[in-house]
Design a protein. Structure first.
Length: 562
């Protein structure tokens, strides 16, 4: 479906907004709770939260999920070996304690806690992890996050997923083994600094074989078609309208979780969400730029810098002209990031000419990854953009170019993408851009299949390391949806993967890889590091917005009397 192409004068830029994802904050979980709830700090007898999101759940099947909404849902109803705490450090969850690690840092032995149970009352076992991990790596599954197992350097994962390797499809050779019902052994090909945090990621969750196979194609279609082992269960899902969580009393740590129920409503219109918040129908809501100023100075508003970086994909497979580096650089330079962040978004976002975000992860020297290049790679001005466009036209033998920019269909996303389209058209005369709106599910499917020309999206980090942002654009990575390939870039990433035991050298390779991706190749077009303006009722305490993984975490929250 084609969106209406709109011209946006600068005076209207303040009303253009986007809040595609709620997830993540700066250097740790951010408590967006208020500070004065009344009731002398006593707990309310009704521990219920009412929250909102712009999109329905795309998938409850852990093998097919790939978006933040699905990730958050699966992380609240499921649990892995570890779970991230309030400081974003991995702590034992299904594991009874921190694992025993071999001297060469390649073998991890986990003990599964004796009180870990599925929602049907059956025990969570080591074999549930073996089954789930093997299924994620089975080429027949076509798991959206299958690639994260080679990224974690799980032994033989890369070979099992490589059609040219003798181990292709032989999931029994994966480096995961049940030594007994409650002992899981994981073997890595090489030391992996971020491995433990990955075990808190939903792709590494367990699954009960008998249940999954009984459900067959119905698995994850409805709330009764999945089994739960996390803090909550889904008690209802009105497709397109919302869903409800209820506390899972079979969860091992249920006694320390206060919130009994969470009601989610799908609300795509920002004004509606604000009105519902004002009238007490929502306890927390992310708001867009035009609603920020009226709440400034009030205790229930906080703006938080997050980890996701938003960027444009330029699909070289669909648009052969994108193979021209000068065209890619022209588009890269044509967008006013400063105005976009400060005026358009007005929510704590930062202009970004980088892909690894600020305040996300520190290197072996104790400094933030961005400290060496805090402004990233701003490779030119708008005047330079026109020069590169002229070069591209000569090299391609064209005078004009028509492009389609795929957008999600929320009002905020549409307006944001219309701004981007206007920037490209304004600063690169001869290029016309039409915004094509898609429901989130269609948007994700079209991106995955490569059925788009340009798309704007963001990347929410899966683990606290630059590699989660940088390995996506290697050849063969499922998230490389642009058809981009640079052997120099792939070589740098491979070298970094092999330097797990030499962190200083590994860090240098990662910095060099980012430079090649952006300054040398302009393979993608980074736009801004996301911020969120979040309203939270003062009586809600402990509501967290982590800087990677889920978009919101209420397992530490409580509702006070009010």
């Amino acid at each position: 479906m084609k969106g209406k192409k709109t011209k946006w004068p600068l005076a209207l830029s303040f009303i253009l907004v986007l809040s595609l994802f709620l997830s993540a904050c700066s250097s740790g979980s951010k408590d967006t709770s208020g500070t004065n709830a009344g009731g002398d700090g006593q707990l309310s007898g009704r521990q219920v939260l009412n929250l909102t999101t712009e999109q329905d759940i795309p998938s409850l099947n852990w093998t097919q999920a790939s978006d933040t909404t699905s990730l958050t849902v699966l992380s609240m109803v499921g649990s892995g070996l570890m779970r991230m705490d309030q400081e974003l450090k991995p702590k034992p969850d299904m594991a009874a304690a921190m694992p025993k690690v071999s001297n060469d840092k390649k073998v991890y032995t986990f003990k599964i806690r004796s009180d870990a149970k599925w929602s049907d009352g059956s025990p969570v076992t080591a074999n549930d992890f073996v089954y789930a991990w093997r299924k994620m790596n089975d080429p027949k599954t076509a798991a959206q996050y299958g690639y994260i197992f080679p990224a974690a350097n799980i032994k033989n994962a890369a070979k099992i997923q490589d059609p040219k390797d003798p181990l292709f499809g032989k999931v029994d050779q994966l480096g995961v083994k049940a030594l007994d019902d409650k002992t899981l052994q994981v073997t890595l090909d090489k030391p992996t600094p971020y491995f433990l945090s990955l075990t808190a990621f939903f792709a590494f969750f367990p699954a009960k074989k008998d249940f999954v196979e009984k459900q067959g194609k119905k698995y994850g279609q409805e709330v009764n078609n999945i089994l739960y082992n996390g803090p909550y269960v889904l008690s209802g899902w009105q497709h397109g309208a919302g869903w409800t969580y209820k506390k899972n009393n079979k969860y091992w740590n249920a006694k320390n979780i206060h919130i009994q129920q969470v009601n989610y409503k799908v609300i795509k219109d920002g004004a509606t969400a604000v009105n519902m918040y004002k009238t007490g129908k929502l306890d927390s809501a992310t708001i867009t730029s035009e609603f920020v100023n009226p709440f400034k100075g009030k205790k229930d508003l906080q703006t938080v810098l997050q980890a996701p970086v938003n960027f444009l994909r330029l699909n070289e497979e669909k648009v052969p002209e994108f193979k021209n580096k000068n065209l890619r650089k022209a588009i890269y330079m044509s967008i006013d990031r400063e105005s976009m962040a400060k005026e358009l978004l007005n929510d704590g976002s930062l202009p970004a000419a980088y892909i690894v975000p600020k305040d996300f992860t520190k290197g072996p020297n104790g400094k933030d990854f961005r400290s060496e290049k805090p402004d990233g790679y701003p490779i030119g001005s708008k005047q330079d953009a026109k020069k590169y466009w002229e070069k591209a036209k000569k090299e391609l033998g064209i005078k004009t170019l028509k492009l389609d920019l795929m957008s999600q269909d929320s009002d905020n996303s549409t307006k944001y993408n219309e701004y981007i389209a206007n920037q490209i058209e304004k600063n690169l005369p001869g290029i016309t851009v039409t915004v094509s709106k898609q429901p989130k599910g269609n948007f994700l499917n079209k991106e995955k299949s490569g059925d788009y020309q340009m798309s704007s999206n963001n990347w929410v980090p899966d683990y606290q390391d630059p590699m989660t942002f940088l390995d996506m654009w290697t050849k063969g990575n499922p998230s490389n949806r642009e058809g981009f390939y640079d052997p120099k870039y792939d070589k740098l990433i491979k070298e970094a993967e092999n330097l797990g035991g030499q962190p200083e050298k590994r860090w240098e390779k990662l910095h060099e890889a980012e430079k090649v991706l952006l300054e040398d190749d302009a393979a993608i077009v980074p736009l801004y590091q996301a911020g969120n303006a979040i309203l939270t009722k003062p009586y809600v305490k402990g509501l967290l917005h982590p800087n990677f993984g889920l978009d919101v975490d209420w397992t530490h929250a409580e509702v006070l009397k009010h």
